[in-house]
Design a protein around this ligand. Sequence first.
Ligand SMILES: [Zn+2]
Length: 287
Amino acid sequence: MDVSSTHLILDVFAFIFGACVGSFLNVCVYRIPLNRSIVSPPSHCAACGAPIPWYNNLPIISWLVLRGRAACCGTRIDARYCMVEAGMGFLFFALWLKYPPLEAVIYAIMISGLTVACLIDLDHYIIPDRFTLGGCIAGFIACSIDPALMGQKTALLGFSWSLASAMMGGMTLLAVAWLGTLLFKKEAMGMGDVKFLAGICSFLGGTSITWILPLSSLIGSILGLALIFWQRGAWGTRIPYGPFLGLAAILWLFGGSDFMYGYWEHVGHVWNVWNSPMVDEHLIPKH
Ligand SMILES: [Zn+2]
C-alpha cells in the first residue's frame, strides 16, 4: 500500500474513531450526573429500558436511519446525540490533520473531557470536580509527557509551566468573578467556571486566557441577548458560562493560538512581560 492511501485510511479512521468517542461521551453526559456507572449496564433505551442492539447504536448512522426515534418504543431521541457524534468526528479528524500525532492524541483527550463538562453544565448548571480539578491534573501529566505543549524541552519545565498556567487561569477568572459580584451585586460566575478555566489553561498555557476570556464573554453576551429577544423579557434565564469557555478553548486550537501569538508578538513590550527569562522564545508553540 502506498503512503497516500495509508494517510487516507488514517484520516477516515480519525473521523470514525471520533464519532465512536462522541457516542461514548453522550453516555457519560447522561450517566455521570446520576452517579451511574458509565460502562455497565450496556446501552439501553432511556424511555422503555429495552437493550439497544449494536446495529441500532452506530454513531451518527443509526440516528439518521431511525430518523431520531428509538427502534424499540418510538420515543424521540434528541438531535444533540447525533450532533455530538458528528462534531467529535470532525474535531478528531481536524486535530489529526493539524497537529503532530502525540499532540493530536492529547488534545483529543482534552476536548473529550471538555465536551462532557460543557454538556453536563448545560443540563445541570454544574461542572463536576472530576472534570475541572481532574482536568488540571490531566494537563500537568500531559505537559510532563509532552513539554512542547508549553513550549518547553524538559518534563519538569513542562509540568511547572502547566501548573503556573492553571493558577493564572484560575486567578484571572476569580478576579473577574469578584469584580462581577462587586458590580452587579449578584454572583455572576461559579467556582466551577474558575476551576474549569484552570484546567483548560493547564493544557493550553497562560497566553490562551487572552483569547478565551474575551471570546467566551462575547459569544455568551450575544447568545444571552438573542435568548432575551426570542423569549421576550426572560431576563432571568440562566445561561451557564462553562460551554462558552469550552467553545473558545476549542477555537484556540484551530486558529486562536496562531492569531494571539501573532498579536502578542506585535505588541512587543507586553510580550516581553510574559516572556520571562525561563522561556526559550524559539520554543513557543507555533500552532
Ligand atoms: Zn425504548
